[in-house]
Design a protein around this ligand. Sequence first.
Ligand SMILES: Nc1ncnc2c1ncn2[C@@H]1O[C@H](COP(=O)(O)OP(=O)(O)O)[C@@H](O)[C@H]1O
Ligand SMILES: [Mg+2]
Length: 238
Amino acid sequence: MPAVALHVADLRFRWPGQTAPCLDIPHLEVAAGERVFLYGPSGSGKSTLLGLLGGVSVPERGRVEILGHPLNALPARKRDRIRADSIGFLFQQFNLLPWLSAIDNVLLPCTFSALRRDRAGAERSPVAEAGHLLTQLDLAPDSWHKKAAELSVGQQQRVAAARALIGRPEIIIADEPTSALDAERQQVFVDLLLRETAAADAALVFVSHDHRLAAHFDRRIALNEINRAVQEASEVVP
Ligand SMILES: Nc1ncnc2c1ncn2[C@@H]1O[C@H](COP(=O)(O)OP(=O)(O)O)[C@@H](O)[C@H]1O
Ligand SMILES: [Mg+2]
């Protein structure tokens, strides 16, 4: 595995209609297996940066490399393949398919990536691996076959985390996945996610505006400190 999970150089991005760039980041690197807490106020560009790191958006300028692959130099198909194989996403609203069971939601990445399906099936079957991850994340078997829509918010969050982890992607990208929980349950969830990310040898980029959750990460990064566009951005926000 390359020693560097994510590498960003001279990254610049502006949303259509914005006069000033939203992001202007000279340098950012996340090592393989490193767990990073990225924080900043609402509207500071955290989700925008995650979209660029995941190859969902394309920068106006600069480089984003995932495991040594230069995303912006690749055709869209290849970018999609690297994303599906190498990145587990954990979203603020979880983005579960409500009509699918918990287990089937966890298995979704294995339908988009043969690599993750093979890895999920390496020690046990992919279904058994999904159950194993849900168990590690404290979701009891009586919930595994319930539709996602019938689960509590806390249970949905665990399903979303297991889905990000299945098939051992090298990078987990988590965008404020705790904001729907109370403070105590947030910390419990973050600790579970850190433990399981370490068990999978994955790098983690965890975004939050709540600095109280930062304690157990390897590194803390303030977006406003690495983003040169922050001065200009604050001028256009009333
Ligand atoms: N899809 C979009 N189209 C246009 N502007 C956007 C879009 N998403 C976010 N923005 C703008 O980009 C800036 C950063 O937003 P965002 O990355 O969502 O911040 P954060 O995740 O830190 O709250 C904001 O000014 C926001 O209005
Ligand atoms: Mg956001």
